[in-house]
Each structure stands twice: as C-alpha cells, then as structure tokens.
Ligand binder design. Structure first.
Ligand code: P6P
Length: 335
C-alpha cells in the first residue's frame, strides 16, 4: 500500500505514520500525543474567548509556588489530566498546579508504560493582557513495573530519559510542537477542521541567531559572566553578527518558540533573589532542553547540560540558558 501522499498531514495521521514506520511500536505514545492534542484543542477554545467569559481573574487559590492561580490554569490542568486519566497511555502525571504527582491507579492506566509532567498554562500572568501563553509537557517511560502504581521515581528522572516533549502555544495561531529522538515537528491548528496539521516538519534551530531574550530588570543581580555576555550581545561584532535584537515576552513558550524557529538565546539566570532561578526543571527546563537539543541547539543551567541534572524534587527550579548552538557556546565561554 503506497504511503499516505497527502499534502497536509493531521497530528493523528502523522503519529500513526510514525507507528507504521516502527512496526514494533505499541502505539501507546501515538495515543498519548493524540490525547494531548485533544486537550490542547479544548484549552484553546477557552483561551481564545478568555476575554468574553468570566474565566479571567484569580481562582482565589494559590498553587504550591504560592502564585495566584488563574481560573484558566485550573481549567487547563483539568483538561490535560482528564484526557490522560481516561486514556490508555499514561500511568500518572505531575503538574505545576498540583502539589504532588497523581497516580492513575485504575486497572487500565496502571498498565500504561508512560508518565507525563505538565505546566498546563505557562505564562498565565499574561492571560489578562492577551499575550501568547502555552502548555508544556514531558513524557517519560516509567521505571517502576507496569501494573503497579507509579511512584516518585517515575517522575524524578534526568531529562535525557525523556521519550517525548512538546508544547502548545496559544498565540496568533495555535501550534503544537513536539520532539522525539526521531525529530521535532510543528502542527498548526486549522480551526475549519479542528485538527492540528503538520506545518513545520523537521524543525532545526539555526546555529546562530540575532535575538537574545532575558529580563534586563534583573541585570545587576546576574553573575558577572552572564552580565559580560549580555553586554556583548549589545555590541557591534563582525564575528557573531552583533549587536543582537532584544526580545522578551515574559512568556517562556513564546520566547523559546520564536528562538527555536528564528535562532536566538533565552536566559533565565540565577539571581540573588532566586539563587536557583525561577523556572521549574521538570516541566519547563527539561522539555524545552529536549526539544531544542533534538533541533540542534543546546541547553544548560550555567554549569551542566539541563538534561543531565538528576532531579530530587517535583517542583525544583533551575537556571536556564537555551538556544542556538553557537550563541550558547559563546555564552559558555563567559561562564
Ligand atoms: P519574569 C511566566 O510566569 C514564566 O514562568 C515564564 O513563562 C517566563 O519566561 C518567566 O516566568 C518570566 O519571568 O521574572 O522575567 O517575569
């Protein structure tokens, strides 16, 4: 039978095609990605009308980070947790919105071989001002025996063990980008058919870009090496195309997505106020580090590769430097 020769593949067709190319695959990962795509479509509907319904404003609760939880955060968390709990491909999840990981211990889910970690709605502080926000996800193969309830060990794995990672960006269009070891691909939601369609096949992060993303408000709190690099980004330099353009949206998914496509570097360094940085290792740094490395870029915490950090806590934070290979190597020469 000839391969599907459609011009535009939907996410479901693409994941099934991957399955056809790897006959020994069980289809669980394809199913998990389709479940995530479904939840993303439901979240997208609410995000797109956030200004119209009483879904704005704080839910009155605060999450483990002590941050005000917006209603859309809660909605998004419940959508992703719901599709995975009722699917057949996930044995448990960890989420920025939940103090501890959740075990899916029904007879079907407990036999799944994957666990997921989520930031259900990253950049939620931007919801009320209509700036792009996103969902970030990370998928691991469990390390405990299939058929038993998952434990913390299944979630506290170094990022290099990820099977897949991705994000959804709810912006001028809604995109789902995910990476496996076989590559990184982007799908744009076509509202006319309600399907994510392959729009960015085999994404590669340009080795050199002209964009640097950092919160300049913290500049004097950064280590000297970081300040030297940022200073260099602003100077004329024939060898690296400087000066660069500074772009910082304050929504990690939007900043890193732009740099992934156009080339660039995103930094959330440690500061005196936040000695471990602000971003969470398991569901912000790890997934993006996996995606950007698959696309040819690099990601470190300033000392070591993000993907080699062995986590000790579900919500631990890490400094993050991530982006184009040559820009990262220039930064590393200052650290
Ligand atoms: P700051 C959003 O709250 C977030 O977690 C990331 O999406 C974003 O990159 C970062 O925080 C922005 O933090 O301290 O620069 O406002």
């Amino acid at each position: 039978m000839s391969a599907i020769s459609r011009k535009v593949l939907t996410l479901d067709e693409f994941t099934i095609l991957q399955l056809r190319n790897f006959p020994n695959a069980t289809g669980e990962l394809s199913g998990l990605l389709r479940d995530i795509g479904l939840a993303a479509k439901r979240v997208n509907v609410e995000v797109n009308k956030a200004g119209l319904v009483d879904i704005l404003g704080d839910a009155g609760a605060t999450n483990i980070q002590g941050e005000d939880v917006k209603k859309l955060d809660v909605f998004a968390n419940n959508q992703f947790m719901g599709v995975l709990r009722h699917g057949i491909s996930c044995a448990g999840i960890g989420s920025e919105e939940l103090d501890d990981f959740v075990v899916f211990d029904d007879p079907v889910s407990v036999n799944s071989k994957y666990v997921c970690l989520f930031d259900p709605l990253d950049g939620s502080g931007n919801i009320d001002v209509n700036v792009s926000i996103g969902t970030i996800f990370s998928v691991f193969r469990r390390v405990t025996p299939v058929g038993t309830p998952v434990t913390a060990a299944d979630f506290l794995q170094p990022g290099v063990k990820q099977v897949a990672a991705g994000y959804v960006i709810y912006g001028s269009s809604t995109m789902l980008v995910y990476a496996t070891r076989r590559g990184c691909n982007g799908f744009t939601l076509d509202p006319s058919i309600g399907e994510f369609c392959l729009s960015h096949p085999d994404i590669k992060c340009p080795e050199l870009g002209k964009i640097y993303s950092v919160n300049h408000g913290n500049f004097f709190q950064y280590d000297e090496g970081v300040r030297k690099y940022i200073d260099g980004c602003q100077r004329k330099n024939k060898s690296n195309g400087g000066p660069y353009t500074q772009r910082y949206i304050g929504s990690m998914v939007a900043d890193v997505h732009r740099n992934l496509i156009k080339g660039g570097i995103f930094m959330y360094p440690a500061t005196q106020d936040k000695p471990n940085g602000k971003l969470r290792l398991l569901y912000e740094c790890n997934p993006f580090a996996f995606i950007v490395e698959v696309a040819g870029g690099k990601a470190t915490n300033g000392q070591q590769r993000i993907l080699e950090i062995v986590p000790t806590e579900l919500h631990q934070r890490s400094p993050l430097f991530i982006g184009s290979k040559l820009m990262m190597e220039e930064l590393e020469s200052h650290l």
